[in-house]
Design a protein around this ligand. Sequence first.
Ligand SMILES: [Zn+2]
Length: 400
Amino acid sequence: MRSPKTATFVFLATLLLLVIPSTTLADSGTYRATVQAVISLTPFCTPGPSNSNCAGARWLNTMNGSAQPVRGVTVELRLDSTGALIGTGVTDSSGTVSIPWSTPTVGPATMSWNLRRADGRFHVKTKSGADIVYWNPTPTLSNGATTNNGTLIWGNGAHVNVYFATERAWTDAFSSSSLLWDRFTGVTVKVGDYSNSSYTGGKTVQISDLHTGSFDIIVHELGHIASDLASGGFSSCSDYGWGGMPGHSLRSPEWQCAGFEEGIATGIGSRTLYWQTAVQPMMFGENLEAPASAPCSITNSNRWELRSATFWRDFYDSVVDGADSSLTSYAAVFDVLDAFGGGHDNHDKNEPYNTALLIGLDDKDGRSAEDFRWVAVNQIGLPSVWLDAIYAQSCSPVGD
Ligand SMILES: [Zn+2]
């Protein structure tokens, strides 16, 4: 029988045999770089007495057209000779990445990254689903040392704009909801020659080439996904034909099943550009905080998407205006959407039947801001006095 000592010696000797050859044969070191891209997105806020009030604005004229950090992407380091992957790292909030690398014999190498957030929350791709890859040759990697590549700035590009807007939507808006922390994963944002930008259900948004510079359109479409994920999915509301008028805008009257979703997409998307402290959050040229130029007396304006959008701003903002005493948080919007019942009854998330079998019974004003108010009071326990006040302040959108 072996003594414990012998056993230890044999074990150590084996370890040394394993360790020595690998450390003596491999080259290794660290590669560092800061990844940036020039971002051009409108609208941006321009501070000044005769212009917008930019308190709470997250995207200013001074930032637009400048180099911004590319956050949360995986950077790969590969040898040019063989294509072998020798190290990876993830960019931080400054776009900086530090990559430990190791390879038997180091030589010329290239760093590359694509528009996928490393934590898997979202991925920006082409229309056909291909990755968009950015790359740059590295300086000579020095064995046993850190090679600093400095700041690498890519020029403005449609896809990197969309990545930037999506990353901001996640970091500056959606990530404050613990519910979305669990559900906003694996989202795909496709960019291509679509005739329009849209969300058609599931976890994919389509951004048209026409809109890759439109911050408000991109975050509106992402607002649709966030709403759908919070609601746990629901029958789509595709009838925009109220009053025989197809199409929609913030000031077009709509069936409220559709008007509700459009308003909430704009209302929750707007936090990306304007935090809850903003007194003049501008989306699609409209101030969601105080649409003073649009009094409630305008015929059918209680069917406008704008009314729902202003209702949600007042629901989560911290600006005290009129009857809005700022009682809850942005995350609570998603908690209320989650609290809708799962059925087809009044106040349920599928209240409008939206089935071809039940056209006569379809209540296209069914799922509405009014239901949101009801659920917020009866399922979440928010004060009805406050909800009634901000609802009235938004011209009491149609609903039942
Ligand atoms: Zn929409």
